[in-house]
Write a protein that binds this ligand. Structure first.
Ligand SMILES: Cc1cc2nc3c(=O)[nH]c(=O)nc-3n(C[C@H](O)[C@H](O)[C@H](O)COP(=O)(O)O)c2cc1C
Length: 431
């Protein structure tokens, strides 16, 4: 594994990277419950995962109370967890500054993923101490007044609280939405982030504008492909104005496959379109007009809730988004169901320039080092992904710290996805 192309340097916009293994954005619900600011634990967690010239993308960071889900949906979080972080107050910014400093101290780079959750945000945040008695706009809002479908079928988290019906944003409010993004971007810049990423994927606000099931507007933000992409492009332009050229990334998730069958029969929080390929192709082509650091695409094979990486069907499906490579001229990053071997193959085959790993980065703080030297990986514990506790957060061992490995299982790199069909491992089906 030592000479594989994952370890060739690359420049993504203004970001000079020494390798191509990126830490994917992952919500962990461990920020301070009251201030929604990062804590020293959060700084430790990101610092553990920093590598020289390696890129980390933070968990989704909320730009305003209006866009913030309070994840009381999980019983364990209700009982003793932390919260999701924001970046609209000074306290939140100062917490992020500690995180950024810790990553920079290890010569790593860090991008802040900015999120407005749209109709996924819950009105209960109005009672939260960081928001109560402020005159900040509150959830939930969306492109149209359509609630997320209830239940397990369309909402893969299957939470147990009713979904609110959002207020449709007025045409005249779009400037204010851009201003909210600009405010968060200024805070992120002030905290020292190397770049920011616009989370335009996974059924959240921007994606709610892109998709037909969530956008039934008849103004200049609805209907045609150009109109449904308008907010995406306006916010992207706003963020580049603040951060500068090459310091903004965008994430899109063209569609979601059923993890078992590999066919497009699942949705991100009920956001879907009959013309999925047309709308995302329009979005990807349009992003060529912006000086981005990168475009991150979510391969649709994610979504499996399997705990064992050998039986997780998501690792078995081949790349599905190679079509977009031909539409986009800039740096392309892929995420979703990559193994160390399929990631290297994807770079070799020029499917992607960079590969973001999620779950493997949770349980392997020194993931780039382990892949480079072919060391066994620690297997992630799904039960603690969102538990909000320190277990399963900062206690995963690096490869030198075998003592801490007690209780965690290991897997040889060669066995991750070892039972993958050959087509999935090589991507040959898509040559
Ligand atoms: C615990 C967890 C939290 C996640 N939170 C986010 C998030 O905040 N923002 C985002 O864009 N993607 C999020 N994702 C998706 C990941 O960025 C990534 O696409 C996904 O884990 C698939 O990659 P993997 O197969 O390498 O894990 C999350 C994934 C996990 C496992």
């Amino acid at each position: 594994m030592t000479d594989n192309l994952l370890f060739t340097p690359v420049t993504a916009g203004a970001l000079a990277l020494q390798h191509r293994i990126v830490m994917a954005p992952m919500t962990r619900i461990r920020a301070d419950r009251i201030t929604l600011a990062p804590t020293t634990d959060n700084a430790d967690y990101y610092s553990q995962r920093a590598s020289e010239g390696g890129l980390i993308i933070t968990e989704a960071v909320h730009i305003s109370p209006e866009g913030t889900p309070i994840w009381t949906i999980y019983q364990n979080v209700r009982d003793d967890g932390g919260q999701v972080p924001g970046i609209w107050t000074d306290t939140q910014r100062d917490g992020w500054r500690e995180v950024v400093s810790a990553v920079h101290a290890k010569k790593g780079l860090i991008v802040c993923q900015l999120l407005h959750a749209g109709r996924i945000a819950q009105p209960e945040i109005g009672d939260h101490p960081v928001v109560a008695n402020s005159d900040l706009p509150l959830p939930s809002v969306s492109a149209s007044a359509i609630a997320m479908p209830q239940g397990d079928e369309d909402n893969h988290y299957g939470w147990d609280q009713p979904n609110s019906t959002p207020r449709a944003l007025a045409t005249t409010e779009m400037r204010r939405i851009c201003d909210d993004y600009a405010h968060a971007a200024r805070m992120a810049k002030d905290a020292g982030f190397d770049a920011i990423e616009l989370h335009a994927a996974h059924g959240y606000l921007i994606d709610q504008f892109l998709n037909q099931s969530t956008n039934q507007r008849d103004d200049i933000y609805g209907g045609s492909l150009a109109n449904r992409c308008r907010l995406l492009f306006e916010v992207t332009a706003t963020l580049i104005d603040v951060m500068g050229a090459g310091r903004v990334g965008v994430r899109l998730s063209p569609y979601l496959n059923d993890p078992e069958t590999g066919t497009p029969s699942a949705t991100y929080f009920g956001a879907e379109s009959d013309d999925a390929d047309a709308i995302y192709s329009h979005a990807v082509r349009g992003l060529n007009d912006f000086d981005l650091a990168y475009l991150l695409l979510t391969e649709p094979r994610v979504g499996s809730m399997a705990s064992d990486p050998e039986s997780d069907q998501g690792y078995h499906h081949p790349l599905a988004l190679r079509h977009y490579r031909t539409l986009y001229n800039g740096m392309l990053m892929g995420a979703g169901g990559f193994t160390p071997l399929t990631a290297a193959t994807a770079i070799e085959q020029n499917a992607y320039d960079l590969i973001a790993f999620g779950r493997w980065f949770i349980s392997n703080p020194d993931l780039p080092d382990r892949i480079r030297h072919g060391h066994d990986l620690t297997i992630y514990d799904r039960a603690t992904f969102y538990s909000g506790s320190s277990a399963g957060y900062t206690d995963y061992p690096d490869r030198h710290d075998r003592a801490k490995a007690d209780g965690y299982r290991m897997i040889a790199i060669a066995n991750v996805g070892a039972s993958l069909p050959k087509s999935a491992q090589t991507g040959e089906k898509f040559k």
